[in-house]
Design a protein around this ligand. Structure first.
Ligand SMILES: Nc1nc2c(ncn2[C@@H]2O[C@H](COP(=O)(O)OP(=O)(O)OP(=O)(O)O)[C@@H](O)[C@H]2O)c(=O)[nH]1
Ligand SMILES: [Mg+2]
Length: 466
């Protein structure tokens, strides 16, 4: 455990992903690809048809002669009066570049000033400052990766924990896309069979084919279900697990919060009602990103400030993935609390166990003491066990965004409808129409039939320079 920083009737395949759509602009863009500020090296990225010509106005290295070769060269202002930096410059000739366009990377000295001077020199020429995610959008539109892979790339650069990083890396190399493609191909094969049957017979489909169709549908539904159940894990490793400490005032919540995060972030006093605002701290637990939340003690109070604090506690409890219910006297009293949903995992903790060594601890309750440190390891084991409950049983690709999940659920619902339609003897052209729609829902996951607006939204969440 360690702290961490903080559709109408679309065709089978559409061509959303190609230059010309989603406002593809063919000008030359520039941005800092590394985080701004003090650092050894900064990377300035320049992409578009003018990338090589503009770079050649800053340096004399023979970039065009040797693409993918790094030149250590002096960079001068376009009027050649000012020396900007000595940098490593690499030209990637289209289409063999990240964006699929001509692209030049300047590895300059880091810091706030040097990379900005180079960006400024390039924008006084013909380059435009890139918008967030614009390099990646161009790469996607040029077919360098699909939409699920693009989402994985963004998750990779923003991952907070080992588990998030591992999943994002696998999806970046196409793990989820391959699984989705597999189901899609099964359904496309089924459509071919159905359309062949329709061509050759005016009658209903023969019983053998009927069985075969049902078998294939069941298989596709099973594959989609295996992916669907991974979504909670995908959400949690991306957004973090919220573990919320709740209990009466003075139960020792803030003391346990501090013990779990490893430093004294929360104020601890002997006065009941010390904590008012909810406090959050991010920690890594078994490779999961965990947001630990300390809250105001639950009690009736006449103090308006404390009342707001208690209301916040109730809201935090409702948002929790796991609740740590602390009480030094009577754990398990949480069910009696009004307005607190107890659909979440609850771990009951008997706090200040050192004060009552002979107390008979109720079953399922973990006695802990931050004074003697007794029970803290056992509590951590329990938490890790609860966290591992989110890990999918089978080794599988992970569905890692709401967008992916809702497209998958749409495909699933349509296939279930097809099963029912088959049993009701529905006409085959209607059935194949429904299967076609399921195929299109799956295509949305990888970005083939995704609307321009959704694509724009996804890439606008990326950072500048990505
Ligand atoms: N003996 C003993 N005292 C403890 C333990 N944990 C906390 N305390 C003491 O209990 C008092 C209250 O602790 P807090 O951690 O502030 O309790 P809290 O639940 O956050 O209280 P509020 O913020 O008022 O709701 C302090 O005096 C702590 O030193 C423990 O394990 N053993
Ligand atoms: Mg407190």
């Amino acid at each position: 455990m360690s702290p961490i920083d903080q559709p109408s009737t679309p065709a089978l395949s559409s061509t959303a992903a190609h230059p010309g759509s989603v406002g593809y602009r063919s000008d030359t863009i520039v941005a800092l690809a590394t985080p701004p500020g003090r650092g050894g090296v900064a990377v300035v990225r320049l992409s578009g048809p003018q990338a090589l010509a503009l770079s050649e106005q800053l340096c004399t290295a023979p970039l065009a002669d040797q693409p993918r070769h790094s030149f250590l060269t002096e960079l001068h202002s376009p009027d050649q009066h000012l020396l900007l930096d000595r940098a490593l410059v690499t030209y990637f000739k289209a289409p063999a570049s990240f964006t699929g366009e001509d692209l030049v990377e300047f590895s300059t000295h880091g810091g706030h000033v040097t990379p900005q001077r180079i960006i400024q020199a390039l924008t006084t020429l013909d380059a435009r400052p890139a918008e967030p995610g614009e390099f990646s959008l161009r790469a996607f539109l040029n077919g360098k990766f699909d939409l699920a892979e693009a989402e994985a790339m963004n998750q990779l650069v923003s991952s907070l924990s080992l588990r998030g990083q591992v999943t994002a890396t696998e999806n970046l190399t196409g793990r989820l896309s391959r699984d989705i493609q597999q189901v899609r191909e099964t359904l496309i094969h089924l459509l071919t069979v159905l359309e062949h049957e329709l061509d050759f017979s005016d009658e209903d489909i023969d019983p053998l084919s009927h069985l075969e169709i049902k078998r294939t549908l069941t298989e596709a539904l099973d594959q989609l279900d295996r992916l669907r159940v991974t979504a909670p894990y995908g959400r949690i490793i991306k957004e973090g697990v919220r573990i919320v400490l709740i209990g009466p005032p003075n139960a020792g919540k803030s003391s346990l919060f501090n013990a779990l995060i490893g430093h004294e972030q929360a104020i601890v006093t002997h006065i009941p009602g010390t904590t008012r605002d909810s406090l959050e701290a991010w920690i890594d637990m078994d490779g999961f990103p965990v947001c630990l939340v300390d809250t105001a003690g639950l009690r009736e109070s006449d103090d308006p400030i404390e009342q707001i604090g208690v209301q916040r506690t109730r809201e935090q409890a409702t948002r929790a993935d796991i609740i740590l219910a602390l009480d030094p006297a009577q754990p398990r009293s949480l069910e009696l609390e009004p307005d607190i949903s107890i659909n979440n995992t609850i771990i009951y903790v008997l706090s200040k166990a050192d004060e009552r060594p002979s107390f008979e601890v109720p079953d399922g309750t973990i006695p802990t003491s931050v004074v003697s440190e007794a029970g803290l390891d056992q509590l951590l084991d329990h938490l890790v066990h609860a966290l591992r409950g989110f890990v999918p049983a089978a080794d599988s690709a992970i569905v890692s965004s709401n967008r992916q999940l809702s497209a998958l659920m749409q495909a699933r619902d349509r296939l279930e409808a097809v099963q029912a339609q088959l049993d009701q003897g529905q006409a085959m052209d209607i059935i194949s129409g429904e299967i076609r729609l399921a195929v299109n829902s799956l295509a949305e996951i990888i970005g083939e039939t995704t609307s321009d607006e959704v694509i724009q939204n996804i890439f606008s969440e990326f950072c500048v320079g990505k």
